[in-house]
Design a protein around this ligand. Sequence first.
Ligand SMILES: C[S@@+](CC[C@H](N)C(=O)[O-])C[C@H]1O[C@@H](n2cnc3c(N)ncnc32)[C@H](O)[C@@H]1O
Length: 179
Amino acid sequence: MRFELGDLRAWSPANPVDVIVSNATLQWVPGHPDLLARLVGALAPGGVLAVQVPANFDQPSHTIRAELAAQAPFAAYLGGVAVPSSHDAGTYLTRLHLLGCAVDAWETTYLHVLAGADAVFDWVVGTGARPTLQALPEGPIRTEFARRLWAGLRAAYAVGPAGVVLSFRRVFFIARSPE
Ligand SMILES: C[S@@+](CC[C@H](N)C(=O)[O-])C[C@H]1O[C@@H](n2cnc3c(N)ncnc32)[C@H](O)[C@@H]1O
């Protein structure tokens, strides 16, 4: 097997491929439904594009970050910072249908049972909130942002009898290109 590091916005294989799998990545590309035509175009006839994207951006794990990012003094540093986003399963299904594909699209809400009162904070600082924290200057401003995010997440995700339950909706689609 051979691996190449690249930017999927510009990726184009030398020859048509049978399968493209993308897990939890397209959400980082703004306007990524526009990328689907290129990805389908890279498939051999009858080839398959299989994608999963998170779809939980309306949850406190993301909205608390967004609320803080809009406030002073943080907002001054965060214009244009990368934030993940995705669309309903139907949006992807329609786009891919119009590209001539046979499509299965669905969504599932996972209940992640996490251990420890700070589990959601630890999760988001390594994922959705990472570019935000990196865009803030090291020192008191970044520390204060992290502290408020930590406090907000602690309040939003209490430790229950089973631990911290993180409700996490995900959208999936599988598109087969025309033969
Ligand atoms: C949540 S991780 C998922 C990683 C892996 N696919 C998995 O399932 O464990 C998101 C990944 O998207 C990658 N990513 C974000 N924007 C990208 C782009 N424009 N081109 C290629 N990869 C990108 C990041 O580097 C990161 O590895």
